[in-house]
Design a protein around this ligand. Structure first.
Ligand SMILES: [Zn+2]
Length: 486
């Protein structure tokens, strides 16, 4: 497949593409049917194979845009990965000249074994829509799509362009998706003011929403494959330098590396916002300037009193982490020492950690004769603003239901590509699901409750309308976080 724009205006060739007209869910107006059909495309990365799913989304847009207001393009990378770009232009006299990008990824991680329903069946079963991507991230894509189409029905003028972007390759690092799009088709995003993407982290207590977590920052990912090779032999011999023994000692040295506890602007922003919801000791520590928080954490660590203020999972926000996630020295019998042993190392670094320096430290700890191969390096990205017009609007609209706060995630998403260009990107999920329903991401039995899905679609519509339509002004910049006005 050659790179570039497969089709500018899709209308012409879609007319001839009877296949898509016959696709189930195309004629239906229900986002549930759309999601079911979207889930039935196997877009597992690798190889992704996004094109049929992308064509389906394009056809949906064309069908629900009778006046042809939306410019739809399918953009295929040199390695054959299809992305969908659809732009609905502003039509207000006082249009801002900026666009808002609604981003989700089309590809999914492989389904694996052990599902109770078909992973690419798009089945509706017991009030839930089942399938790989039901949470990550096809439901978000349908919510974005519906929010865009909803604007077509509005009487109100649009003051921002709206870009619906369905990207390829996110699960494998995004280089053939958003990375490639920004590199080769940067002109399409030149006016991008902000991006709404996956990775919002909404805090629940059972079915109750405690607060909306808007992801504004993420850690860096560094994945290594570490290999020791050398003399194996019979298990009965004396061989302290066997590859397996050397690998284990080397990994131990890596695990023993000290990592400083560091309060970064990202974690400071996140926990200061949370402090408003957690008065008492937590707020006493975190509702302070960054340097003060740092000094207080250092003091408590020395005194062994850190546990009192750390919520589950919080430690990783303040330090680089290393996990050995796999050790492999073959499948030989107990009395054979193999000639090679490998391990996979998953390191997550704070947004501003010098990754090159970190890698050197790991290699020094591994020692000579142990080879470290880099599998993925996501690179750093700046923190997105919580005082932008878009963030304030999220606070205002979502704040009606629950407080809103920024969060940092330990994973990585396509948002980092935009942030590096200086475009604010916000991880926002409109779905508020119980831990049980949210548990299928990257696991078996991924599914979303119909009711929660539809409620999320409604919330996304409200958010996008507030961001795009002209008569709804953003809250004044002085509005306090999480207060929210109706
Ligand atoms: Zn995802």
């Amino acid at each position: 497949m050659t790179a570039g724009i497969v089709s500018g205006r899709l209308r012409r060739w879609l007319a001839a593409a009877a296949l898509f007209v016959a696709a189930p869910g195309l004629a239906a107006a229900s986002p549930v049917a759309w999601l079911q059909t979207y889930l039935s495309f196997d877009t597992s990365t690798p190889p992704g194979g996004e094109l049929p799913a992308v064509r389906y989304l394009a056809a949906l847009i064309e069908r629900h845009d009778p006046r042809g207001e939306i410019d739809v393009r399918i953009l295929v990378s040199p390695d054959g990965r299809a992305n969908l770009y659809a732009r609905l232009p502003a039509n207000a006299v006082e249009a801002a000249g900026h666009s808002l990008v609604l981003l989700h990824h089309v590809d999914v991680v492989p389904a694996g074994e052990g599902w109770r329903r078909a992973p690419f069946g798009g089945e509706l079963h017991r009030g839930r829509i089942w399938g790989r991507g039901a949470l990550d991230a096809k439901s978000l894509g349908i919510a974005h799509l519906e929010a865009m189409l909803h604007l077509l029905d509005s009487e109100l003028p649009r003051r921002r362009d709206l870009v619906f972007l369905a990207s390829a390759d996110e699960e494998a690092g995004g280089e053939s998706g958003v990375g490639w799009l920004l590199e080769e088709h940067g002109e399409l995003f030149e006016d991008a003011e902000a991006v709404l993407n996956e990775a919002g982290v909404n805090r629940m207590a059972g079915d109750r929403l405690l607060w909306w977590g808007i992801e504004t920052a993420q850690k860096q990912v560094l994945w290594l494959r570490v290999t020791a090779a050398g003399r194996g032999g019979h298990g009965s011999g004396f061989n302290p330098a066997s590859p397996t023994h050397r690998l284990l000692r080397a990994l131990n040295r890596v695990l023993d590396l000290e990592h400083a506890w560091r309060v970064t602007p990202a974690s400071h922003q996140a926990y200061r916002a949370l402090a408003a919801l957690r008065p008492g000791e937590f707020a006493d520590v975190f509702d302070r300037p960054l340097e003060v928080v740092q000094a207080e954490l250092d003091r408590r660590r020395r005194e062994g009193r850190l546990d009192r203020i750390l919520l589950p999972g919080m430690s990783a926000s303040f330090r680089d982490t290393v996990q050995i996630t796999r050790i492999d020295n073959g499948a030989g019998p107990v009395n054979v020492a193999p000639g090679e042993a490998t391990a996979l190392v998953d390191a997550r670094l704070l947004p501003d950690t010098d990754v090159e320096g970190f890698r050197r430290r790991v290699e020094t700890a591994l020692g000579s004769g142990i080879h470290a191969e880099e599998l993925l390096r996501s690179g750093g990205s700046p923190v997105s603003s919580t005082s932008s017009d878009v963030y304030r609007t999220l606070e205002r609209v979502l704040g009606v239901r629950a407080p809103v706060g920024p969060t940092m995630i330990a994973g990585t998403t396509d948002s980092r590509f935009f942030r590096r260009l200086g475009v604010d990107a916000y991880g926002f999920s409109p779905f508020t699901l119980s831990a049980d329903d949210a548990g299928g991401i990257h696991g078996v039995d991924e599914r979303i409750p119909v009711e929660g899905f539809l409620r999320g679609c409604e919330m996304m519509k409200r958010v996008v309308a507030a961001l795009v339509l002209a008569d709804r002004e953003p809250a004044p910049a002085s509005a306090a976080a999480g207060q929210g006005e109706p």
